[in-house]
Design a protein around this ligand. Structure first.
Ligand code: F6P
Length: 312
């Protein structure tokens, strides 16, 4: 292969730049042109790209966000647009693509693979919600961001004896809630719909108060309920005056953790190698038993996502 494209799509995830940098360096070593498509699949449709070079990408490798920009492209849903685009890529001699993103981005990569265009999907999302991989790029940084925020909330809460609910991201997955709630010794963790048992949560809060803990912390996954909804129900039912905070995009922010830098580098290098060596029709990368592994994207998207528990 002489030309390979990269794009980042969906919500940005810390570690995306590390992956882009790894691919750029691998391309430079092998004499392969690396095209960075801007703003996700929109850049691929509009042929909006810039050539990536190691001296430029190196200065982004340790930064969060994505130097390519990202979007959730509506236009890419159109089969005709996709077909035309693949035709154009082939004409221009682009022979493979690396897509870094979450569930929606994976569906795009699947569509391209089905059109016979070799595409490697790298799981880049803070949500940790891609089936069959133990870890996604960005998750470790996000949980560390959440813990930083919870530590700050804890000092105020302890001073004022607040009962505090913190809503965390994760789309439909409860991994962020489970890991951070566990790490923060939360009094209640609502990571799945089954955990949304108001009586049981009330009991846990009362037990914690009976131990004279100065404050009570509840960590809530956004996919189960919002902090607003939860507060409203708890206050009405049990007479609390819950304090609440939806952490929002602070969770995706800042520089990637050591784990996410390493993961980005390894995913990037493997994605390049797979395409450059013409190893197959396309694949999804993931972590299986602590190793970077290739998976069939059809199998990944056909599988149910399971919550990944923090160590067994
Ligand atoms: O997929 C990453 C994520 O941060 C989810 O956790 C969240 O539900 C969603 O993106 C927020 O999307 P946006 O950044 O478009 O508001």
């Amino acid at each position: 292969m002489k030309k390979i494209g990269i794009l980042t799509s969906g919500g940005d995830a810390p570690g995306m730049n590390a992956a882009i940098n790894a691919i750029t360096w691998a391309g430079a070593k092998a004499g392969v042109e690396i095209r960075g498509y801007q703003e996700g699949y929109n850049g691929l449709i509009d042929n909006d790209y810039r050539l990536l070079e190691p001296y430029k990408t190196s200065h982004h490798a340790n930064l969060g966000g994505t130097l390519l920009g990202s979007s959730r492209s509506e236009r890419f849903m159109e089969p005709e647009i996709r077909e035309k685009m693949v035709e154009r890529l082939r004409k221009e001699g682009v022979e493979g693509l690396v897509v870094i993103g979450g569930d929606g981005s994976y569906r795009g990569a699947q569509a391209l693979t089905r059109l016979g265009f070799p595409t490697v999907a790298i799981p880049g999302t803070i949500d940790n919600d891609i089936p069959l991989t133990e870890l996604t790029l960005g998750f470790k940084t996000a949980i560390s961001n959440v813990i930083d925020a919870i530590d700050k909330i804890a000092t105020a809460s302890a001073s004022h004896s607040f009962v505090f609910v913190v809503e965390v991201m994760g789309r439909l997955a409860g991994d962020i809630a489970l890991w951070t709630g566990t790490a923060a010794f939360a009094d209640a963790i609502i990571a799945t719909k089954e955990d949304y048992d108001l009586e049981a949560i009330h009991e846990k809060i009362q037990f914690s108060k009976a131990q004279h803990k100065r404050y009570q912390l509840i960590v809530l996954a956004e996919g189960v309920a919002s902090a607003d909804e939860f507060k409203e129900e708890m206050d009405a039912k049990f007479g609390y005056e819950l304090r609440k905070l939806a952490l929002g995009h602070i969770q995706r922010g800042g520089n990637p953790s050591v784990d996410d830098r390493i993961l980005g580098k390894l995913f990037g290098e493997r994605a390049f190698e797979y395409l450059h060596n013409d190893e197959g029709p396309g694949c999804a990368l993931g972590i299986k038993e602590n190793k970077v592994s290739e998976m069939d994207i059809e199998e990944v998207l056909g599988s149910k996502n399971e919550i990944n528990r923090p160590y067994q």
